[in-house]
Ligand binder design. Structure first.
Ligand code: CA
Length: 378
């Protein structure tokens, strides 16, 4: 079997209402999907995190090098492509492009061998995982504590056992929002906060101290990803677990974070940090360092499917014991017209739990009509 073509698909869709996190507003959602075709008729799908206008051309450049190659040699292709651009692309867009291609090659591998991807790693360890709701962004109109509390209560009503609140809008503002959400969801539901590196260490410690009485599950990206010393200081200063890593890449980048003791929870994004090949290695390394892994996931159904295949085999958050502590799926609940539309069957949690797909490869089918409908610039 040979690879015949690697195609980036840039999709986009306008949102009915814009929403904001600490760094910017969104008024549309975009996606860069990767299609890898073979001469055997098998097709694999992947997705890249990051700006499609950059990842799309990068996928095309990397993909050209795979034409005529054996699609099952996934590890070999990862190494060859990484080595080809190592001098210029150890992090960022190039690794995001490599991630999307890698996921598509794993999809082909599973389909060719007649198993879901998690079987190729010796799984499944579990048939389903809990999902937490990512949402609670800011809107143009309304009083944040009020609408955030209402939104959070809605997630709890639909079965989620944990929700994540965007912070980074000013310490007093964040504390008011967190208290309102906490009250709305009650003591049995987990609450995490995510600053998207809006603060420096001084401000993050001040916010963290205010949040400590609320029993926060983790404080995500409190400071810029380059500030490893800042992460270390926060871990020492706060009782809240410190999470991060969605802006880090490859085993080399995560090794530096683990050696420094920067994280309690590592959040590699499979569509950014190097695909399934690399994030499995990152997760194995994290276990050796005693760091929990809860992948970052903020894409379409392809990103969700890739995360689920890995979550099927990740170790429990705490060492195996009678009481299981499965890793969580990050489930983005914000408006995303593409998320489920590109799948022929939706992939979403029921009662806060989501089943690991058991179909071949990623276990999903792509709806080509949706690709045409949402094509950028159509
Ligand atoms: Ca985040």
């Amino acid at each position: 079997m040979k690879i015949t073509r690697v195609t980036p698909h840039h999709l986009s869709a306008r949102l009915s209402q814009p929403f904001a996190y600490s760094r910017s507003w969104y008024d549309r959602r975009e996606a860069l999907l990767v299609e890898v075709e073979t001469d055997a008729g098998l097709i694999g799908w992947g997705e890249c995190y990051g700006p499609p206008r950059l990842t799309g051309p990068a996928v095309a450049v990397l993909g050209e090098r795979l034409e005529g190659a054996d699609p099952l040699a996934v590890e070999a292709h990862w190494r060859t492509l990484y080595a080809a651009f190592r001098d210029h692309g150890q992090k960022g867009v190039l690794i995001e492009a490599l991630s999307g291609i890698d996921i598509a090659l794993w999809d082909i591998r599973g389909k060719a061998l007649g198993v879901p991807i998690h079987r190729l790693w010796g799984g499944p360890v579990r048939q389903s995982v809990p999902a937490y709701a990512t949402g609670l962004y800011r809107r143009r109109e309304g009083d944040p504590p009020r609408y955030l509390a209402e939104e959070a209560a809605g997630y709890v009503a639909s079965g989620f056992r944990a929700v994540k609140l965007k912070v980074g809008f000013g310490i007093e503002d964040d504390l008011a929002a967190a208290r309102a959400v906490c009250e709305a969801i009650g003591p049995d539901i987990g609450l995490m906060v995510d600053a998207n590196h809006a603060y420096d260490v001084v401000a993050a410690i001040r916010l963290g101290r205010g949040l400590e009485p609320l029993d926060i599950g983790w404080f995500e990206e409190p400071v810029p990803p380059e500030d490893i010393a800042g992460y270390q200081r926060l871990r020492a200063a706060l009782s809240i677990p410190i999470a991060g890593g969605e802006c880090e890449y490859t085993r080399h980048g995560f090794r530096a974070l683990f050696v420094a003791g920067a994280l309690d929870i590592a959040q590699p994004d499979i569509c950014a940090a190097g695909g399934l090949t690399e994030v499995k290695k990152i997760a194995d390394m994290a276990e050796a360092f005693g760091v929990r892994v809860i992948p970052h996931c903020w894409g379409t159904g392809i990103a969700i499917a890739a995360a689920l295949q890995l979550l099927a085999v990740l170790p429990p958050l705490t060492p195996p014991a009678l009481a299981d502590s499965p890793p969580w799926l990050e489930f983005d609940c914000t408006e995303h017209p593409l998320r489920q539309a590109i799948l022929t069957a939706p992939l979403r949690p029921e009662g806060g739990v989501i089943r690991i797909p058991e179909g071949l490869g990623l276990g999903i089918e792509i709806d080509r009509a949706a690709l045409a409908r949402f094509r950028e610039g159509r």
